[in-house]
Design a protein around this ligand. Structure first.
Ligand SMILES: [Zn+2]
Length: 212
């Protein structure tokens, strides 16, 4: 099997896995992967991540032109904005996952870092999570806002919309997205309860122990 076909199968497999566990619903959410020739695979517009046909996943060339498969997601611009800023990004996952979206609607969060470091794994896999102000999906303003933050952050949260998470590999991007969603769930469970979060010193120590 070619590396590209292997990645097509992996996108469909992980898309179904996330759909089956309720991390994405209906035709929301999209996944992309950077290919060795500089092009991309992108999930098609209007597609359900639970029922992707690997052969119909959109193929883009290195300039972002659609060259194969179904028409790519209307949120392609979000993915491209992150790839432009992050040379190490090999894959990107964007979901409308319920708990992350709920947190993205809260008025009292810190927009520079929406979620506190509840667990070590969150601090290691996601870290600081800035909130991107609300702009309509597909708008140039949203692309510009994401691009501004993507150079310093591999994960951002779109207000009243959902997370965009980059990883070195597709598995990395999926796992970090899942960690973000579970942490958003924990955060909502803990609201109103006296809670100990990790201290800045503990987070700094984790970054030394588990770099990158
Ligand atoms: Zn979206």
């Amino acid at each position: 099997m070619s590396p590209e076909n292997g990645l097509r199968d992996e996108i469909a497999l992980l898309g179904k896995s996330m759909f089956d566990r309720g991390l994405t619903h209906a035709s929301t959410g999209n996944i992309s992967v950077r290919l060795e020739d500089g092009g991309w695979l992108m999930t098609p517009t209007g597609s359900c991540l639970g029922r992707l046909d690997p052969a119909r996943i959109s193929r883009l060339d290195k300039d972002g032109n659609h060259v194969g498969g179904d028409k790519p997601t209307v949120e392609t611009f979000l993915h491209m904005a992150v790839y432009e800023q992050r040379a190490t990004a090999g894959a990107i996952v964007h979901l409308h996952s319920t708990h992350s979206v709920a947190v993205s609607c809260l008025k009292d969060v810190n927009p520079r870092n929406v979620l506190p470091p509840i667990t070590a794994y969150y601090a290691m896999k996601v870290g600081d999570l800035p909130l991107v102000p609300f702009f309509p999906p597909g708008s140039i303003d949203l692309a510009r806002a994401v691009k501004e933050m993507a150079s310093d952050h591999h994960a951002v949260l779109l207000a009243n919309h959902g997370p965009v998470v980059a990883g070195k590999s597709l598995a990395d991007a999926v796992y970090a997205t899942e960690e973000l969603e579970e942490t958003a769930k924990l955060y909502l469970m803990l609201r109103g309860l006296e809670t100990s979060f990790l201290t800045p010193e503990q987070v700094a120590d984790l970054k030394v122990r588990f770099p990158g």
